[in-house]
Write a protein of this length. Structure first.
Length: 98
């Protein structure tokens, strides 16, 4: 599961960290095993994300603190923030054998 930005009306992202991480995530996602499910979840615009009651912050299944976040669903492995910009870490997360 990938949590990322929501685009502004201009088509630009409000989240510079997501903009930097997305090309790495796209490239590394090409190496995902065939039986993988790669899900991208948008957290909303900046106001929604910054709200302390944002559902992505409060939900016990996600408990997001940072975007972007890459997470193996129902597993402890995850990358946050600038970790998502590092090809070696993203590759390791995507290809970890649980």
């Amino acid at each position: 599961m990938v949590n990322k930005h929501h685009l502004k009306a201009s088509g630009e992202s409000w989240c510079p960290d997501c903009v930097r991480a997305w090309p790495v995530v796209e490239i590394e996602s090409e190496s995902l095993p065939d039986d993988s499910h790669f899900v991208v979840v948008e957290v909303g615009d900046r106001a929604v994300w910054k709200d302390p009651n944002c559902p992505f912050r409060k939900d016990p299944r996600t408990k997001l603190l940072v975007i972007p976040t890459l997470k193996r669903w129902n597993q402890p492995q995850k990358l946050e923030g600038d970790q998502c910009e590092k090809s070696d870490l993203v590759s390791m997360l995507f290809n970890d054998e649980d």
